[in-house]
Design a protein. Structure first.
Lengths: 388, 220
């Protein structure tokens, strides 16, 4: 590496214990986009001093597919299946956030039963997203195989529920403006109750296997600290923010949908390190199960879609709206401007994992490469959403 | 103590391994090509076109209204409207698709076409083993391959098909009642007038460029 580049990164000359100056060079490593630890086509340009990260530049856009421009070119309804493909782990919360934005624009009222179905599906989404994230994160830490396979085994059960309700496992395309596409199939609620009853057993096993494990603690405690001040000023949301100890959950703050009817708590972390981020997700799964139990008990009968809603020739009033909700990864928001035509004039997505990614360098500086991998894992990114 | 975590973990893993022999719930894998998982009723893969009666091409419900072509998010449907018309199940003269192609390699199985179709014509098939060595031609499916009988639809989506059949029966009854009323009105007018008009009913007039917009939406 040239001297100019060394100057650029302002690295001190190495000094040996006997006082002699050593030849030191920085190493520039391009991690990704095909690196197994980068969770999709994501690249980190890492500058290393020995094994310590001195500079990190996230590079992305490999999966860019013009999502927002496509949204402006197609009708409101046609954008709905594209929102599935943003964060493909939690398609139902994306659907809901987009439907919220359009409902604000058009003034459609969601029936009671549809609100409950939305809460149930969104919480199931959160459950399976956090489950698989825990599996992936532990995979990054070197727990190869077992935790990820266990997580996927349980996630599969949630996906089966999605499939029998919406027809697809991941690309659900289920929410509609003013309600949901179809009613629950017979026996679905019983299956969901069975899943909710059995899930704590898996969570218990998972925690017994890992949460107290000394290797996990040694790898993750104190790693990748994020101060609450930095998190707030960078606009970080979701479990990342709550792990830093900031009490901000849109389900409590905005109370969108019918969340004020459910009793649940918002777990908060103390240190904002990788271990806290892992534990926040485990604890959130327990809270999610609480919400699910209440919702599955209270769900009323009735229609699932506003009778005023129409599929063809849908034209909302002129205006703008922002629909946001607490997705599994943070605040997912859709900003729409309508000029009264069949297509939105402006369609903008606020992707949580993209904004959570902006502070990656701050968390990784001074840590080793292996730590950078798990810090990235704990951010919980999905490249479909980051690149859009 | 160092190592207790590992020991605990290994005990749990061993328990899980052994329980796969006793508990069916703990063994989630199946031997795929030999053993297939039953698909849920809501399952969807790719669109198909429904036909009534015996002849695949004559019985197609599609009237080439091109709503699905316009609404399709990835724009994978290609329709060319016929020049002539034919009589549909309601006894009305309708266009039919001269060409109806769906590019399965572009289709993203979103079901929007099914929802917007006013004629109960395009529905989702559940067939998923579509691997082909011909990447372009093999996945560009023409109306001949897309045509599936209503019996097939009733088999794969019984509840949905029953609702669709009921909606169509209602439409047909409505159309018949209207045709009858029109015929009576016409007979009266003919009796009043000296020269009666040719026998085509007014709603089946050939000047209906957009039959889809005129037709009422049937509930799904």
């Amino acid at each position: 590496m040239s001297d100019a580049r060394n100057q650029l990164y302002q690295i001190r000359p190495k000094v040996a214990p006997d006082g002699a100056e050593l030849e030191g060079e920085l190493l520039e490593v391009s991690m990704g986009p095909q690196h197994p630890s980068t969770h999709g086509v994501f690249r980190m340009d890492v500058v290393l001093d020995g094994e310590t990260v001195v500079k990190l530049k996230p590079v992305f856009g490999y999966l860019h597919r013009n999502h927002e421009k496509i949204g402006e070119g197609t009708s409101y309804l046609s954008s709905m299946p594209y929102t599935d493909r943003l964060d493909y782990f939690s398609s139902l919360t994306n659907n809901w956030a987009y439907a919220l934005a359009v409902e604000k624009l058009s003034g459609l009222v969601v029936p009671e039963r549809a609100e409950y179905i939305r809460v149930i599906t969104a919480e199931l989404t959160r459950l399976q997203n956090h489950t698989s994230l825990c599996g992936f994160l532990l995979q990054d830490m070197g727990a190869l195989g077992t935790p990820l396979m266990w997580a996927f085994r349980e996630r599969e059960k949630v996906l089966d529920l999605f499939e029998s309700l919406t027809g697809a496992r991941m690309m659900c395309n289920y929410m509609r403006f003013g309600g949901c596409r179809c009613d629950l199939p017979p026996g679905w609620l019983e299956q969901a109750r069975k899943l909710v009853d059995e899930y704590p057993r898996f969570l218990g096993e998972f925690e017994a296997l890992l949460s107290g494990n000394e290797i996990l603690m040694a790898r993750s405690q104190g790693v990748g600290r994020l101060s609450p001040e930095l998190a707030v000023s960078a606009g970080v949301t979701g479990p990342m923010l709550r792990a830093s100890g900031v009490d901000y959950d849109l389900r409590k703050v905005d109370r969108y949908g019918i969340y004020e009817r459910f009793e649940f708590r918002v777990p908060l972390g103390d240190h904002g390190d990788v271990f806290d981020r892992y534990m926040i997700r485990v604890l959130e799964m327990h809270e999610t199960l609480k919400i699910l139990r209440q919702a599955l008990q209270q769900i009323p009968e009735g229609p699932v879609v506003d009778p005023k809603a129409k599929l063809r020739g849908f034209r909302p009033k002129v205006g703008e709206s922002y629909g946001r909700l607490e997705g599994p990864k943070g605040e997912i928001g859709f900003y729409l401007i309508s000029d009264g035509s069949a297509n939105p004039y402006r369609y903008r997505v606020r992707p949580p994992s993209f904004i959570n990614l902006t502070i990656l360098e701050d968390m990784c500086l001074g840590r080793s490469v292996a730590d950078a991998v798990i810090i990235l894992g704990s951010v919980d990114i999905v490249l479909g959403e980051v690149d859009r | 103590m160092i190592g207790t975590g590992i020991a605990k973990g290994l005990v749990l893993t061993a328990k899980n391994l052994l329980s796969t022999y006793t508990d069916k719930e703990r063994l989630p894998t199946i031997e795929y090509p030999d053993e297939k998982q039953p698909l849920p009723e809501a399952s969807r893969q790719f669109p198909m076109l429904i036909f009534d009666g015996e002849d695949e091409m004559k019985g197609l419900r599609c009237t080439a209204c091109q709503i699905c072509e316009k609404e399709c998010p990835p724009k994978c449907i290609y329709i060319v409207k016929s020049k002539d018309k034919r009589v549909d199940y309601k006894g009305q003269n309708q266009f039919y698709p001269a060409i109806f192609d769906i590019d399965y390699s572009v289709c993203m199985s979103c079901q929007i076409c099914v929802e917007v179709c006013p004629f109960e014509s395009i529905k989702m098939n559940t067939e998923f083993e579509l691997a082909t060595p011909d990447r372009f031609g093999g996945l560009l499916v023409h109306k001949q391959q897309l045509a599936k009988s209503n019996a097939h639809y009733q088999k794969i989506h019984p509840t949905e098909a029953a609702a669709s059949d009921a909606a169509m029966a209602v439409e047909k009854a409505k159309a018949e009642a209207k045709a009858k009323a029109d015929a009576e009105a016409k007979a009266k007018a003919a009796a009043a007038k000296a020269a009666p008009m040719p026998s085509a009913s007014p709603e089946a007039s050939p000047e209906t460029p957009k039959p889809a917009v005129a037709a009422p939406k049937m509930p799904m």
